[in-house]
Design a protein around this ligand. Sequence first.
Ligand code: PLP
Length: 370
Amino acid sequence: MTHDRQPDHAGALLTIDLAAICDNWRLLKARLGGAECAAVVKADAYGLGAARVAPALYRAGCRHFFVAHLDEALALGPALAADATRYVLHGPLPGSEAEFAAQGIIPVLNSLPQLAAWRALAQALDRPLPAVLQVDTGMARLGLAPQELDALCADPDALRGVDLRCVMSHLASAEEPANPVNAQQLQRFRAALERLPQTPASLANSSGIFLGADYHFDLVRPGAALYGVAPVAGQPNPLRPVVRLQGKVVQTRTIEPGTPVGYGHSWTAQRRSRIATVAVGYADGFLRSASNRAYVCLNTVKLPLVGKVSMDTILVDASALGEEAIHEGALLDVIGPECGVDELAARAGTIGYEILTSLGTRYARSYIGG
Ligand SMILES: *Cc1c(COP(=O)(O)O)cnc(C)c1O
C-alpha cells in the first residue's frame, strides 16, 4: 500500500499529527500511578500508519506495543529498537508458533490449545518461552473461559516451560463508567489473578484508564485514546485531536428550488442553493451511512452533506458561504477542528474507531510533529 500520493493529484489531504499522539500517550501515562503505559498499534495504528506512529511513541518512552496479528508484529520489527516488546493479541495460529519464538514476539495465549502448542514448542526448543495469558472475564471473545481456567489451575504442569510475563483481560463496556459490568469484570479478573502465579497484570484499554486506579494494575493498553478518540461516552474529550482530513472541491454549481441532488434523489433543494462536490467518497472510507447527516467545515462554518455519499464524492450545501466563497480546488475540513472524529462517527451511526480504521488509501498523507 502506498501512502505517497502527491498532494496536487489527490482528492483529499490527510494530515496525521505525531506530536499529538505522543502528547496523548503522555497524558494517559500521567494518569497512572506506577503502571506502565503500552500502545496498541494494531490495524496499522488504527489506520494512521504504524510504521510512523510506533517509532514516535518509542521516542516518547513507550516500550510495549500490541498488535492483533503476527504479520503486524513482524512489520513493526524494523521500526522499533530491540528493547521494545511486541505482543500479538490473537496469539499464535496453529503452525505459526516457531516464528513467534524466532522473532522474539510475545503471544497472548487465549485458549488451552494455544497454551499447549506454546508449551510443546518450549519443550522442543528446551528453553522457557515468554507469553501473556488472557482470561475472559465477560466478553466471550478471546481468553480462557472459566472452565478452561479451572482446568489450567488443576494441572500443576499447565504452565511448565512458559515464562509468564503478564495475565490480562479485556473490558466490554469501559467507555460507560456507570455500567455495572465494569466492576463485575474487575472482580472476576482479581479472582483469576489469585489463582494464577504471581505476575504483572493488565486490564485497561483507553477507556479503562478513566475508570480509576483500581483498573490500572501493572500495564495499561490504550489504542483509540492515543489517536484522539474520546474515552468516556458523553464527557469532554481531554485528548488532542490527531487527524485532519481536507477534501478538495471538484465542482460548484447553483441549483434552483426543487432540484434533486445525488443518487436516488434523497435530497431536494428547498431554496436556491450553492452545491459543492467534494472528492471524498465511500471508496475512501467515508461511510455511506453519513449521507444527509454529516457536515464538513470551512473554518468554523458548517456545510451540511446533501444527498447520498457516492463512491468518490460527497455533495455539500455551501449556500451559507455565498456564491464566490469557494472555488474548485478549495479545501474543506471533512475531519478537523470543528468536525471531530467522534462527531462524524455519531452522525454516521458508528464509533470513532471505525472512522479511523476506514481512512482510505487515495488520500495524500502527511505527518507533522515527527
Ligand atoms: C484493541 C484492544 C485494546 C485497545 O483498545 P482501545 O479501546 O482502542 O484503547 C486493548 N486491549 C485489547 C485486548 C484490544 O483488543
